[in-house]
Design a protein around this ligand. Structure first.
Ligand code: NAD
Length: 493
């Protein structure tokens, strides 16, 4: 295995790359061996405020730049990303541990995010209300200001572009704060964006530890919007810290999503989907079906099918084309995932496969794909987000039990239903307390549709035109078409 080494990762502010102050920096590690790849900056409050000021100045021009021009620039960013696919995929794979074959798909989506929102930029529109004789009432969508975009370490590039593209399309400017464990692809993205005609200061990146760099951003007066993706606990902290400066928040948080497999389902198709959605992206996926609820009559059969497939998942170096499951992002995360395995065993779930580190691949953060059966709703592994390659199987009897179990968690991001009975599929879909449901499908996203969760999985929706509910201000204009009779004050005193 080659040793990954790369240049240090400094801030990108006003189209300038800054040197890393080694005394105030974060080590970025290669999850294949936990060696240091490079150092990343850890922003001070002054550096964050400088970025906010630069973004604020850039907003004056960018917010009045014609939509066609914004679209043209967004297209060019998409093209730069697409041209750099192999390089970006490699960077992402080495920093996150996600297999390269899956990282290519993520880069493709990153480019698509820019193409899609380039088109949307020219379609941002208001409404005209049916004309009354006296008034013309209409709404306009205005750029909102400077946005802080705070992102997690799983699929960094894809999630960053998912926020940057609609933000710039709306005419806002931004400061991206990537996760401190995985900052490298954001640096490459900045290099690619610097090649385009995007005006200086419209897109900025500050790096650093969330509780410092991130929280300076959240409390900065110059920041109007905070779009956050990450853990629910962090989301709550951010909302608290942003309240005194009255920020607008978009919160995309954790999940504990269930796939419900009814006895009449196409079991082979359900199997492909459940295994893919539990173990792709190393199981570090907010929309993962980390729980599978199986109807009693097919329980043992489907468990056997799962076991056969899970035991044959290829674990290895993420740069190998054939690898399906790579190392988890950091040692401490691996330990957290393994502690959930121990808790499952202690609480009486049956560990069918995996549950331990991959000894022959040490010192990398590799673990075996893991399958539990006979899990019950009182167990932590049934209720808490593990965010790793661990699939837990539960049994259910009737439709209503499946719905109750699926809803019996604090999260509400996504749900998957497998049945050939369309009536049942619709009824169950409408009863699930989640933001998104896929019927007889894995997670296939149509970029026009809203993305987001209920309950502890988030607040608000992004995606398609819904992104502009967040990234723009809605203004109502009332135009009098006739002389108005106004009650006359101060005429008879
Ligand atoms: P995290 O909450 O630890 O960190 C996310 C980001 O927030 C990082 O950039 C971090 O530096 C920053 N941060 C941390 N504390 C902060 C603070 N006090 N103020 C400002 N910023 C702060 O999340 P993570 O561990 O990086 O990511 C995993 C989580 O993300 C999982 O819970 C997963 O479900 C969730 N996620 C959700 C979605 C979704 O769309 N719903 C998508 C992907 C990941």
């Amino acid at each position: 295995m080659e040793v990954a080494k790369t240049d240090n990762v400094g801030h990108f502010i006003g189209n300038k790359f800054f040197e890393v102050d080694e005394k105030n920096s974060v080590q970025v590690l290669d999850p294949r061996n936990n060696r240091v790849i490079c150092l990343a900056s850890n922003a001070t409050r002054e550096e964050v405020e400088n970025a906010v000021e630069v973004a604020g100045k850039a907003f004056r021009e960018w917010s009045i730049t014609p939509a066609e021009k914004r679209a043209e620039i967004l297209f060019s960013i998409g093209r730069e990303i697409e041209k750099d696919t192999e390089n970006l995929a490699r960077i992402e794979s080495v920093n996150t541990g996600i297999p390269i074959s899956q990282c290519r798909g993520q880069v493709k989506r990153a480019a698509e995010n820019f193409y899609f929102f380039a088109e949307m930029a020219t379609k941002i529109s208001g409404r005209v209300y049916p004309r009354e004789p006296d008034f013309l009432n209409y709404t306009e969508r205005m750029p909102a200001g400077v946005a802080a975009l705070i992102t997690p370490w799983n699929t960094p590039l894809m999630l960053e572009t998912w926020k940057i593209a609609p933000c710039l399309a709306a005419g806002d400017t931004c400061i991206l704060k990537p996760a401190e464990w995985t900052p490298i692809s954001a640096k490459r993205l900045a290099e690619l964006i610097a090649k385009t005609d995007l005006p200086d200061g419209v897109f900025n990146v500050v790096h650093g530890i969330g509780e410092q760099a991130g929280s300076y951003l959240v409390s900065s007066r110059g920041v109007k919007l905070v779009s956050f993706t990450g853990e629910t606990a962090t989301g709550k902290e951010i909302m608290k810290n942003g309240s005194s400066t009255l920020k607008r928040f978009s919160m995309e948080l954790g999940g504990k999503n269930a796939a419900i497999i009814f006895e009449d389902a196409d079991l082979e198709a359900a199997l492909d989907s459940v295994v893919f959605m539990a173990f792709s992206l190393n199981g570090e996926r907010c929309t993962s079906n980390s729980r599978v609820l199986i109807q009693c009559s097919i329980y043992e059969k489907f468990i056997e099918m799962l076991l056969d497939r899970v035991s044959r998942i290829r674990v290895g170096d993420p740069l190998e084309e054939s690898t399906e499951l790579g190392p988890l992002v950091r040692k401490e995360h691996l330990e957290r995932v393994l502690s959930y395995v121990q808790s499952g065993v202690k609480e009486g779930a049956k560990l069918l496969y995996g549950g331990k580190e991959h000894e022959s691949l040490k010192p990398g953060n590799y673990m075996h794909p893991t399958l539990f059966k006979d899990v019950t709703q009182d167990m932590r592994i049934a209720r808490e987000e593990i965010f790793g390659p661990v699939l837990v199987a539960e049994k259910f009897d009737r439709e209503v039990d499946a719905v109750d179990k699926a809803n019996d968690v604090c999260y509400g991001l996504a749900g998957y239903i497998w049945t050939r009975d369309l009536r049942r599929a619709h009824l169950v879909a409408s009863k699930l307390e989640v933001g998104m449901v896929w019927i007889n499908s894995h997670n296939v996203r149509d970029l026009r549709t809203p993305f987001g969760g209920m309950k502890n999985s988030g607040i608000g929706r992004e995606g398609g035109e819904y992104s502009f509910d967040f990234y723009t201000e809605l203004k109502t204009v009332h135009l009098a078409l006739r002389q108005q009779r106004v009650p006359r004050f101060g005429v008879s005193g």
